[in-house]
Write a protein that binds this ligand. Structure first.
Ligand code: V1P
Ligand code: CA
Ligand code: ZN
Length: 385
């Protein structure tokens, strides 16, 4: 039975499109695609590119996005320009529900950005489907909030839904696991009616934290997909030990009851301590333990990025998780490379340490953790395939 990962090698295929490196959500926005370039340069500096297969990434096509998204929405997205032409909402896309928000600005080359990050996730899914790799990685993907007909929470196109739909052509059942600090609402909604996709999200919940959905009682709509959505809400300040008192037993049970043939793990790095939006206290080791635990089940595995707003932490996290995927030990000292100045605040260590004053006070208790785990296990016991 799988425990804490293993040293066995996997065939890893890594997708990185340099076209995303200059994408800019605009001044004051917290989403910085360039952090994926930082992660990539760190992966390169650690000498890991030679340990993975790298296939050429082609941007997705509009037709590929239309496999999930509404054609009218795609036409709008394609036509939008930052100066307000093309029917946009004065520089921002309307939030689902009608509000005007700053979350989804219209910026230069937005459409191209969507095609590139989605192209990476689709290519990764196809490689897994072909059986020529065990693990495929696209750190620029993981945009879990995008809806069929609209942008939401920094996400415009839902590359995860597209990738899962591609995997469904090759695998009977696909498991989606989301360790981003936010609820993976867009992916859950897309597959709520299906019993071939199970979605599991761990997220900060309560106190008005975005998006507000994903209570433990949320198990999906009535019908064949009921109980194929599992939500594990936690409170501010959870650390590695308590997080894994939920993650490992719950995921082990999910594997038993759902028996997936492939797994997609969204590795949003905003669940790390010191994030600009998230308020949890995970370390890079605790976060990576989720990757090695899922990896230990030896199923075709798609690793995606997602949120993550303290950019040096995000790059460190995804670089380390690339090493976990390969099954390689890498030193804690950040190698000298073009971007090493970004890591000054963390004393040039891959596994950064924060002073207590920069952590959030833990609002979880042993009892609250046990209660959530039991509620989640209870939901899982109702899953009949
Ligand atoms: O809370 C909101 C508001 C509520 N609506 C009226 C908009 N939005 C959040 C969105 C967070 C999106 C997370 C994306 C991901 O899960 C996947 C990539 O990580 C929000 C927040 C916040 N503190 O929750 N937007 C912003 N902050 C924001 C900050 C600066 C500039 C623009 C947006
Ligand atoms: Ca999540
Ligand atoms: Zn997030």
């Amino acid at each position: 039975s799988p425990s804490c990962g293993d040293d066995k090698k996997r065939r890893v295929c890594y997708y990185y499109d340099p076209g995303i490196s200059t994408v800019d959500y605009g001044e004051g926005h917290v989403m910085v695609p360039h952090r994926v370039t930082m992660a990539h340069n760190l992966v390169a500096a650690y000498g890991m590119l030679g340990d993975m297969r790298r296939l050429r990434t082609a941007p997705a096509t509009a037709a590929e996005l239309a496999d999930f998204h509404d054609e009218g929405y795609l036409a709008l997205l394609q036509d939008l320009t930052p100066d307000g032409c093309g029917g946009d909402d004065g520089g921002h896309l309307r939030e689902e529900g009608g509000g005007r928000g700053v979350d989804n600005p219209v910026f230069d080359r937005l459409w191209d950005y969507c095609l590139r990050y989605s192209g990476g996730s689709l290519a990764a899914a196809r490689t897994l489907g072909s059986g020529t790799a065990d693990i495929a990685i696209n750190w620029s993907g993981g945009m879990h909030h995008a809806c069929r007909g609209g942008a939401r929470g920094f996400c415009y196109v839902n590359d995860i839904v597209l990738a899962i739909r591609e995997l469904l052509a090759h695998f009977r059942r696909v498991l989606y696991v989301d360790i981003d600090v936010h609820h993976g609402d867009g992916v859950q909604a897309a597959f709520e009616a299906s019993n071939r996709v199970m979605t599991v999200s761990f997220h900060q919940h309560g106190g008005g934290f975005f998006p507000g959905s994903g209570a433990v009682a949320d198990v999906g709509k009535k019908g064949p997909g009921r109980y194929c959505a599992l939500n594990v809400p936690v409170s501010v300040g959870i650390g590695d030990e308590e997080y894994h008192r939920l993650f490992e037993p719950i995921m082990a049970r999910v594997m038993e009851v759902f028996q997936p043939e492939a797994v997609v793990l969204q590795c949003g790095a905003d669940s790390l301590a010191g994030d600009r939006l998230g308020e949890l206290n995970l370390t890079t080791r605790g976060h990576a333990q989720c990757v090695s635990f899922i990896r230990s089940f030896n199923l075709p595995l798609l690793l995606l990025g997602g949120g993550g707003y303290t950019i040096n932490h995000v790059a460190s996290c995804w670089c380390n998780e690339t090493a976990v995927a390969i099954g390689k030990e890498i030193p804690n000292d950040i190698p000298k490379h073009g971007f090493d100045v970004f890591y000054k605040n963390q004393e040039y260590k891959l596994h950064y340490k924060l002073e207590t004053k920069h952590l959030h006070r833990n609002r979880n208790t042993a009892n609250s953790i046990d209660g959530i785990r039991m509620a989640a296990m209870e939901n899982l016991s109702k899953l009949k395939l």
